[in-house]
Design a protein around this ligand. Structure first.
Ligand SMILES: Cc1cc2nc3c(=O)[nH]c(=O)nc-3n(C[C@H](O)[C@H](O)[C@H](O)COP(=O)(O)OP(=O)(O)OC[C@H]3O[C@@H](n4cnc5c(N)ncnc54)[C@H](O)[C@@H]3O)c2cc1C
Length: 451
């Protein structure tokens, strides 16, 4: 029988933003790679998403590697402000530059740009069904091809860019690496559903991004409304799974909210998915293996923003892979620097996210109005949280404002202290694998703390 097995330097699993960015950046370095996706070519890029993508992320990527930013029809709308309605009748807003984009169109253009790189081969309708290991190293994947054949693709390095499923990672047994989880726990997963809706008249949210909470949502759920054009909106809801909300359907809750706030609108598209809601994986590499984007849990747990981190992590991974290939050394130590880079870049965002989620779980919605009315959480704090800069501990400056609810104030202060502690630990990510165990013990101890 004909042997259809293949061999390459880098096998990239998944042609979402992480995989395509990695492929382009390896192509620029003339490193042979195969990029594959289970989808057909014309569907690559489509993804149920809030569609918000900060031009800061894409500008950074452009400056680092020349990957083009969204343009023309790929941009739904340039957003100018972010509005937060944590409780009824109360609203905070900040000037906020972002864009809603057309994910399919932008994804397709990035995919098409691969023709410039002869070292990159794209294979649509190829589904990874297993990970191949040899001597406790990742050496390739079992793949079902577009013709239904089962083949093996061998590579010096396999990059898992398969999104929240992490198909390669979940097939790496603990004996090979216990530094990352095979499967994320339910409580580390955000469930989400979104619709693209068309209004008959220009809607009232032009150039806005809104995040609101409503009684219809199980805590810590949120409802978003992102403008995509004069009569087009992306609306959605989501929440980090916990024991009390796991039975709720995101689709049904969104339907209720849509009927309440946008009765009679035309639903252009509706789809849901999951996304990681935790700190980045403690390690994202092992021998012959690296992971980027959602598969590495690089999603901001507050805003759900993962598109930018997926694109950027593809670039950072390409830098490390190039060195490994040039040195002909594909082991964990050689790829380790990628962990350091990612943790220093995204550790604090994750930390703030964990703190905010703990707070949302620990504080009833009614107490939130008090926090905002008394300005214990202020506009500048929200600004800082969204920009992932340091949030001031309110306990000293604002203690007098929260006198009536000292326990609540303590919870807020503890949440922010927790985020600061995780930030410090993120910045001390071990430079080599030897000190990893100690570092993980430390960060887990802090993560487990209740407010
Ligand atoms: C409802 C929702 C709303 C969101 N809103 C926003 C937002 O507003 N802004 C933002 O920045 N982010 C948002 N995100 C997150 C964002 O969509 C992701 O972070 C981003 O798409 C991650 O990119 P990725 O390349 O890592 O994974 P993905 O985009 O998920 O791409 C993974 C690719 O891998 C392929 N694949 C999977 N399994 C296999 C397999 N076995 N074999 C072959 N191919 C496979 C898939 O077909 C897919 O093409 C949202 C997510 C959801 C679910």
């Amino acid at each position: 029988m004909l042997n259809l097995d293949l061999k390459t330097d880098v096998l990239i699993v998944g042609a979402g933003p992480a995989g395509v960015s990695l492929a382009i950046n390896l192509g620029k370095r003339n490193i042979p790679c195969i990029l594959l996706d289970q989808k057909k070519r014309s569907d690559v890029g489509y993804k149920p998403c809030g569609d918000a993508l900060s031009p800061n992320s894409t500008r950074k990527l452009f400056e680092l590697s020349g990957i083009q930013q969204p343009k023309g029809e790929e941009i739904g709308e340039d957003l100018e402000s972010a509005h937060f309605k944590p409780v009824l009748d109360f609203e905070l807003w900040i000037p906020f530059v972002s864009q809603t984009i057309h994910r399919l169109k932008y994804g397709q253009r990035l995919l098409e740009s691969l023709v410039d790189y002869s070292s990159v081969e794209f294979k649509p309708k190829h589904k990874v069904i297993g990970t191949i290991l040899k001597n406790n190293k990742v050496v390739g994947c079992n793949v079902r091809t577009d013709t239904g054949d089962k083949i093996k693709i061998y590579a010096k390095i396999v990059a898992d860019c398969s999104g929240a499923t992490g198909i390669v990672r979940r097939n790496i047994p603990e004996e090979v690496s216990d530094k990352f989880p095979k499967k994320l726990q339910k409580k580390e997963t955000i469930v989400s559903y979104r619709e693209i809706i068309e209004t008959s008249e220009p809607h009232e949210y032009q150039k806005q991004m809104r995040i609101e909470t409503h009684d219809e949502l199980p805590p810590p759920g949120y409802f978003w409304i992102f403008s995509k054009g004069e009569k087009l909106l992306n609306i959605g809801c989501g929440w980090l799974i916990n024991d009390s909300n796991k039975e709720y359907s995101t689709k049904k809750v969104l339907e209720t909210l849509r009927n309440k706030f946008f009765p009679g609108v035309k639903v252009v598209d509706g789809a849901g998915d999951t996304l990681p809601g935790r700190l980045p994986l403690y390690s994202m590499v092992t021998d012959g293996f690296i992971t980027c984007g959602d598969a590495a849990a690089l999603v901001n747990p507050i805003s759900g923003e993962g598109h930018g981190p997926a694109l950027l992590s593809g670039f950072y991974a390409a830098e490390k892979i190039e060195l490994a290939i040039r040195r002909e050394n594909y082991c964990e130590e050689e790829l380790w620097d990628y962990n350091v880079k990612i943790w220093k870049t995204y550790g604090y965002e994750g930390a703030l996210g964990i703190a905010v989620h703990k707070l949302l779980n620990a504080v009833p919605f009614s107490d939130f109005s008090y926090l905002f009315e008394k300005e214990i959480i202020s506009q500048s704090d929200v600004d800082a949280i969204m920009g992932s800069t340091s949030v001031k501990l309110p306990i000293f400056q604002k203690i007098w404002k929260g006198m009536r609810k000292p326990k609540l104030l303590i919870k807020v202060a503890r949440g922010l202290m927790l985020a600061e502690k995780i930030k410090k630990i993120s910045n001390k990510y071990p430079e080599t694998p030897e000190k990893f165990e100690r570092w993980v013990r430390k960060i887990k101890r802090i993560e487990r703390k209740n407010l």
